[in-house]
Design a protein around this ligand. Structure first.
Ligand code: HEM
Length: 156
């Protein structure tokens, strides 16, 4: 499973860099004016959003997989590690905040990948944005609810 996750990460970064290079080659001279209605905030922050999510994942592995930055890591005790880990308010705040770039990254990524897969016709276009927004929001809010539940004592 870890090899699959690692391979997915490598392929994702490689594809993103290749796409950015192809895009630059297709239009070496940048636009005079960026049309903010067309290029949403989420689409313009894909690069830095991706870097922040990458930093989050490194911290997350140090926290819950290797336990290096965990106050009392116990190998294999996933539930215990989660509760003790999120009882540190600063750590929980970091996880909750990290869900903003993750949500934006997923929102634009989902919308854009559906277009790549061919869902780009008047018939589907009006559903693509709400669909991507709903999935990204569900993941971001769902993830954030875990540290919130620990901090408020719902999970203990
Ligand atoms: C607040 C939200 C999240 C919670 C509560 C959470 C919880 C956890 C926990 C408890 C583990 C350790 C499992 C174990 O000990 O076996 C883990 C591992 C991991 N998580 Fe998360 N996670 C969250 C968000 C994310 C996000 C957004 C990503 C990716 C962008 C992610 C990627 C991973 C990876 C790659 C591992 C390592 C799996 C391994 O050990 O091989 N997590 N997570």
């Amino acid at each position: 499973m870890r090899l699959v996750l690692l391979a997915a990460l490598v392929v994702h970064v490689w594809a993103a860099l290749r796409l950015a290079r192809l895009s630059r080659q297709a239009r070496p001279v940048s636009y005079d004016k960026q049309e903010s209605l067309v290029f949403s905030y989420a689409s313009r922050t894909m690069f830095w959003g991706g870097i922040i999510v990458g930093i989050f994942v490194v911290y997350h592995l140090l926290h819950f997989t290797w336990g290096t930055v965990h106050p009392d890591f116990r190998y294999g005790a996933v539930y215990y590690n989660l509760i003790v880990g999120f009882q540190v308010p600063l750590v929980s705040a970091f996880y909750i905040l990290a869900m903003i770039p993750l949500g934006l990254h997923m929102y634009h990524g989902l919308w854009s990948s559906l277009q790549t897969l061919g869902a780009n016709s008047p018939q589907y276009n009006r559903y693509r944005r709400p669909f991507a927004a709903a999935v990204a929001l569900a993941v971001a809010v769902g993830n954030a609810s875990i540290p919130v539940a620990v901090l408020t004592g719902i999970l203990s």
